[in-house]
Design a protein around this ligand. Sequence first.
Ligand code: ACM
Length: 278
Amino acid sequence: MVTDMNRIGFYQFDPRFGQVERNLDQVLHGLRDVREALIVLPELTLTGYSFADRAEVARQAEDPRDSRTVEALVALCRAQDLHLVTGFAEQAGDQVFNSALLLGPEGLLHVYRKLHLFGREKACFDPGDTSLQVQDVRGMRVGLMVCFDWAFPEVARSLALQGVDVICHPSNLVLTYCQQTMLARCIENGVYAVTANRYGTEARPHGTLTFTGQSQVVAPKGLLLHRAAAEGDALHVAEIDVARARDKALTAYNDILGDRRPEFYGDLGEPTVGRTGE
Ligand code: ACM
């Protein structure tokens, strides 16, 4: 097997709601010793997560093409030869999206807008309208998804069918079973995944949320390379071999993508049952 080593990882921390400068400083400080790697940051890293409503998002959201915080992160990429995937509250005209940005020394490389909004996000953000795409980064094929997209296996599958090696997954997880589920996503698609989750609590007038930490890097075949603790700042960079994500053999006889029988899967676009499964 031809090997092609690369470095991917995450920075887990506890963004404070509305404290963009503090959150940016925390990221710059947390990554100060990292070089030559693709690093994933949590969902809504700069603003915090638990918005009251759309108007509150609109006051904090930014156009990533005209943002001093994005410029600061791109400067970090240039200084330390990094690529970053960060969650971002995105303003686009009169719309606001819960987005993930791919940044590198070259600048802003890609914007993905979260397709599957979770809970009260539906009252705060527009549903994503960008297609799932794979980008070439540092010799890897990289795809983005955001937090609750984990619950929809179609997202990881769509990226896998486009040849993704590494799924970058900025998250603010509150449910407890995503981290285990991502092991399955990596088995069934033969890919690497980096879930960068936040930890800590956000107490807002409309409710309190506690996030589950345990950011992780998972390899094809569901191998857990590293999982952080549920609490505490954590930086982890893993050495990976993208050739492992390009070999889709599960056994000598089985290819995880090549053995699919889509002609028997019916129309995966529309359910034939209602909301209750009946
Ligand atoms: C989530 O999608 N932030 C749970």
